[in-house]
Design a protein around this ligand. Sequence first.
Ligand code: PBG
Length: 349
Amino acid sequence: MNDLLAGGRAGPVSPAAQPRRLRLTPTIRAMVRETRLSADELIYPLFVRHGRKVQNEIASMPGVFQWSPDLLAAQAESIARLGIPAVLLFGIPDHKDATGSESCADDGAVQDAVRVIKKAVPELAVITDVCLCEYTDHGHCGILNTGDGRRPHPHLPEGYVLNDETLNVLADIAVSHAEAGADIVAPSGMLDGMVRAIRSGLDAHGFEHIAILSYSTKYASAFYGPFRDAAQGAPRFGDRRSHQMDPANAREALRETALDVMEGADMLMVKPALAYLDIIRTVRDRFEALPLAAYNVSGEYAMLKAAAANGWLDERQAVLETLTGIKRAGADLIITYYAREASQWLQQD
Ligand code: PBG
């Protein structure tokens, strides 16, 4: 038995086991590094709207903007030049109504943006968010059980997001995004059967080749706050707890994921990332055949930006550590508002 463990004089603990030998120099540390980040697993979200020369910064997300189509070609070029393979588009419509009709319009903000980006940089993959919350005047993710002072479904609560009525609209949105040239559609509403409905809609219109990245495990999270400023899609009343998952639940993530896989999802997602690293690990282990994305959401970005702006954190180190943690937990792809800065920092390494 060695001296230290025996309570004797401090000496070498065990000459055979000293992990610090492999931390001695930057070169050795790099040689034994288990997780490596690279720009080609990052996805950059973009907020798009109508107009010309619009570049509105989001107050709670410094460095993130709403863009009009005429400025998007230059954005797409600079994103692709950084080695980022894909963008995820969110649209802010000019006109909101009860059924979110602009979401499927051929000249909608997302549809216009897709065409501009695909024309400017065909190799940049364009993923589109498929949901109604940005498009409805009430800010909910679907058609509500309400209207003309009556409830179409008298046994369901007033204001309930109607599942099947909404599925048809989601399929129409996905088809209109595919028609504009989207490569991948990403339904984010957490409605039951949304992947199946979108898959059949796409197939029926000749888009068998368009993949679905499902927001398969999406929690009802406080960390979406800044996004709702950016996309102007906060619910006017109530919340999203009747469709997004309860943060307390882990086993339910397996049920949600299994259903989406069965319905034809091509890629999976866990969202948000940081409070849900255990879920990322579990989904990665249990559904090992499908690519898994993690969404490092707006509130997670805002926290780091705010701390960095106050000089409380070294932004570069904190961001790369955060993204490395998400990857180490099991994510293949990370959707992050830090994609551009992280890619630049990685190039400098
Ligand atoms: C819904 C959607 C939301 C986010 C992505 N898609 C908001 C919500 O569910 O309330 C949040 C993303 C983020 O916070 O960065 N269309």
